[in-house]
Design a protein around this ligand. Structure first.
Ligand code: PLP
Length: 386
């Protein structure tokens, strides 16, 4: 059995071997992708091959992929009043769902009084009736709804969201960071106008991402990073060729494996949840009644404290997280569970188990053995408290 079992794929996934090889090969290559000589052209080829692979993974046209330094940056780039179709600026208000990642909730460039929040149901799904009502009120908005939530894994009805948004003349941005490579994600089928993805969630290197647009006429009139014509003027700065080559290779591998990985992950996740309940029948799984990503379980039991549980799992060699783990490494209150109206006594104990293409039977055994110990100590505590 491996030294540790890794169940924190929604935080970051292991580098795929194909991606590692592509990064290393690109690092050995000299050449600025903007240079006209043969070395520059070879670097450009790496970037454009990667662009084609990323585009293929989400059913987009390669020329509509803008590489960024993260999913966070892609969200920041997308969420601006300066979105334009041709020469026409389009949106002067923003509607974001209550369960978006902080890079959407706080990363936009709209004035605070032009931003509205879209509620979700107790099942963690966007409230479509509320969206309809919000669309009818006021000017054409940009709407941002994630394809799958990073904490619960709940998959949002993006197709329906797109219909509502487009009927009212708005634009739709979809943060697909957690969904890409785990479920089918085609920008045209979804009806998204803009789509964000992140390299390190699909098995590429950390520190790379992309903003994808459906229609070449749509662009950001005031990009975040200016000063060069790279990425068709949408993101200045010499391209990180190695990281881009890595994300391209990861995208290609993820696309090839999607049809086998999705059901395999779902079967493993099913076993994880059976194991959790076999040991403690009162386990609550958030968003269970909704469609979820095949790799994610967010669960709690009354009395379980997330911070304590994560440390206890860690001591058993198992990496899990609190769904609400924030970038400072501390466990913060979950805005997602709050939006779902989850009682604080459950929300404070939410533990996220997320898996992926490299998760093996032995990892599951290790997780289950650790859970038996964690739950035994919880029962003991309850006995002392009683
Ligand atoms: N959006 C979602 C839903 C995420 O889960 C994350 C990262 O966890 C991001 C955006 C940010 O991506 P990155 O880590 O590439 O900045």
């Amino acid at each position: 059995m491996a030294d540790r079992a890794y169940f924190d794929w929604n935080a970051t996934a292991p580098l795929r071997p194909e991606s590692r090889a592509a990064v290393l090969a690109a690092l050995s290559h000299v050449g600025n992708a903007s240079s006209v000589h043969a070395d520059g052209r070879a670097a450009r080829r790496l970037v454009e091959d990667a662009r084609a692979s990323v585009a293929a993974l989400v059913g987009a046209d390669a020329r509509n992929v803008v590489f960024t330094a993260s999913g966070t940056e892609a969200n920041n780039l997308a969420l601006t009043p300066s979105i334009a179709v041709g020469s026409q600026k389009t949106c002067d208000r923003l509607i974001v769902s209550a369960i978006e990642h902080p890079s959407v909730r706080a990363g936009h460039r709209f004035p605070a009084d032009r931003v509205e929040e879209l509620p979700v149901t107790a099942a963690g799904v966007i409230d479509l009736a509320a969206l309809r009502a919000q669309m009818a009120r006021g000017a054409r908005p940009l709407v941002s709804v994630m394809l799958a939530n990073n904490e619960t894994g709940v998959v949002q009805p993006i197709h329906e969201v797109a219909e509502i948004v487009h009927e009212a003349g708005g634009l739709l941005h979809v943060d697909a960071v957690q969904a890409v490579g785990r479920i089918e994600c085609d920008i045209n089928d979804l009806g998204a106008d803009l789509l964000t993805l992140s390299s390190h969630k699909i098995g590429g290197p950390q520190g790379a991402g992309a903003l994808v647009v459906r229609d070449a006429a749509l662009h950001i009139a005031e990009p975040l990073i200016r000063g060069g014509g790279q990425e068709r003027g949408q993101r200045a700065g010499t391209e990180n060729v190695a990281a881009i080559a890595g994300v391209g290779a990861a995208a290609k591998a993820a696309r090839q494996a999607l049809s086998t990985e999705t059901p395999r992950m779902a079967a493993l996740r099913e076993r994880v949840e059976r194991g959790l309940r076999a040991t403690m029948p009162e386990v609550v799984i958030f968003g269970e009644e909704s469609r979820r990503l095949p790799n994610t379980t967010l669960f709690a039991v009354p009395g379980l404290k997330a911070e304590t549980a994560i440390i206890a799992f860690d001591l058993e060699g198992v990496s899990v997280s609190s769904g609400a783990a924030c970038s400072s490494g501390k466990v913060a209150a979950s805005h997602v569970l709050a939006a779902m109206d989850v009682e604080p006594r459950f929300a404070a104990g939410a533990v996220r188990v997320s898996l992926g293409w490299d998760t093996q039977e032995g990892d599951l055994e290790r997780l289950q053995n650790a859970w038996i110990k964690v739950s035994a100590s919880l029962l003991k505590q309850r006995g002392i408290a009683a």
